[in-house]
Design a protein. Structure first.
Length: 135
């Protein structure tokens, strides 16, 4: 049995429905990680790989594609959650059944919160200036 799989990590996009209500992953990119040893790979490693693709800070959701005959491109049917060790083991089985290759789709959290800048008081500024002079 092959101990290595290839991960195709789709990232930077989002899931959207088209006019026919089919689910599509749009505006994304992908990274390919080849010869990944399934005996040493875990769910957290995959999350780190996805983050590494573009320097993401957080991955909120991941799915893997389990293609069904006749519906290979239908994400409504073929996407499965990738959140537990059981999901991970199922994903490895899917990869082995598909030429040791599996596609993973990621959704990222984008931090849109604004940073509030609070000005220093006169006393705080003077204390900071004194401390800087003493360096």
């Amino acid at each position: 049995m092959e101990d290595n799989i290839t991960l195709i990590l789709h990232h930077g996009g989002c899931l959207e429905r088209d006019e026919y209500q089919r689910l599509n992953y749009v505006r994304g990119e992908f990274c390919v990680w080849e010869k990944m040893g399934v005996d040493v790979l875990c769910l957290w490693d995959i999350e780190k790989m996805v983050k590494h693709c573009r320097g993401y800070l957080k991955v909120s959701k991941m799915w893997y594609l389990n293609p069904f005959k006749g519906a290979e491109d239908d994400l409504n049917i073929c996407l499965n959650p990738l959140t537990t060790d059981k999901h991970f083991l199922d994903m490895v089985k899917v990869a082995r059944a598909n030429g040791n290759e599996v596609q993973i789709y990621a959704h990222h959290v984008v931090d849109t919160s604004e940073v509030e800048i609070v000005p220093l008081s006169s006393e705080e500024r003077e204390e900071l200036e004194r401390a800087m002079k003493n360096l």
